[in-house]
Design a protein around this ligand. Structure first.
Ligand SMILES: Cc1cc2nc3c(=O)[nH]c(=O)nc-3n(C[C@H](O)[C@H](O)[C@H](O)COP(=O)(O)OP(=O)(O)OC[C@H]3O[C@@H](n4cnc5c(N)ncnc54)[C@H](O)[C@@H]3O)c2cc1C
Ligand code: FES
Length: 259
């Protein structure tokens, strides 16, 4: 793990959807699925991004254009440099390595890509608002998709699609990442069907390695104790699906969005 940002050259950029680009850079660091790096743009800021591609000597992060930082990243070109430090956090526990299901919503799918590539007999479910926002469609050809507007796959949410699968198929474990309100419902279904589940949480982060306390969720530090948590841990985390801490330190209701 490196604690000081290391400047790396962007060696390739792929468009995954109109709003998401993947940035590749050379790295000899070892990553586990679900871990993240802090990306630094000098004179601007530092933000967390999960590793969505792990290849020999090369890693990729998939970035949804949201605000100032991600727009600045989207404006980068091949050959430009960015700082990275990490890897940070506790990733997914992949001991249950077959007959599993991953449920991804929106950019949350980025955390699950490397899980899919490590496991066998994986049912991949992805939900997006519309066809063009679906990610990694060429990478995972037999992915089951759904869209809010019905432009691809089932018209409905990833939770609806997951619920359909649960009545006809038994899974040994479920891995999920996406909007927190989606993950709350995935967790409820896993409990109902007595399936093990791991959830990758998103909280506002500053240091990324357990010092500042910004990413607290009911006493757990999402950057260090997570971002991946299992059902037993989530049961003890009353803030899951309910409360977040804003950049200012203010504790506020989740209010129906990831943040
Ligand atoms: C562990 C982890 C992994 C992540 N992985 C990815 C990823 O693979 N791809 C991706 O596109 N995004 C990922 N994110 C979210 C990403 O860090 C934010 O989208 C990004 O920081 C937004 O910055 P911005 O300036 O463009 O937008 P802002 O205008 O700052 O914010 C847009 C939204 O992102 C939230 N946000 C802003 N800064 C942070 C932060 N430091 N930590 C958490 N949330 C923040 C805000 O609350 C707001 O809702 C991850 C977040 C975490 C915590
Ligand atoms: S981001 Fe600082 S403790 Fe988690």
């Amino acid at each position: 793990m490196i604690e000081q940002p290391m400047m790396v050259k962007i060696c390739d950029i792929w468009g995954e959807s109109p709003g998401v680009k993947t940035f590749f850079f050379e790295s000899q660091l070892r990553f586990d699925p679900g871990q993240f790096v802090m990306v630094w743009i000098p004179l601007l800021d530092e933000k967390p991004f999960t590793i969505s591609y792990i290849q020999d000597g090369c890693i990729g992060i998939s970035v949804l254009k949201r605000g100032v930082f991600t727009t600045a990243l989207h404006n980068k070109k091949t050959g430009d440099t960015i700082g990275i430090r990490g890897p940070y956090g506790r990733g997914f526990d992949l001991k249950t390595n077959s007959d599993v299901c991953v449920v991804g919503g929106g950019i949350g799918m980025a955390s699950l890509t490397t899980v899919v590539e490590r496991l066998k007999r994986v049912t991949v479910i992805q939900g997006a608002r519309t066809l063009t926002e679906l990610l990694y469609q060429k990478r995972f050809k037999d992915m089951h998709v759904c869209t809010d507007d019905g432009s691809a796959g089932l018209k409905g949410t990833a939770v609806d699609l997951f619920a359909n699968f649960l009545v006809k198929q038994q899974f040994r474990k479920v891995y999920t990442c996406g909007p927190e309100r989606m993950m709350v419902r995935v967790v409820e279904l896993c409990k109902k069907y007595a399936v093990e589940c791991e959830v990758s949480l998103e909280r506002y982060m500053k240091c990324g390695f357990g010092v500042c306390g910004q990413c607290d969720c009911s006493g757990k530090l999402v950057c260090k104790d997570g971002p991946v948590f299992d059902l037993q841990e989530l049961d003890m985390m009353g803030d899951f699906g309910k409360m977040i801490i804003r950049k200012t330190g203010e504790r506020v209701p989740l209010n129906g969005s990831v943040h």
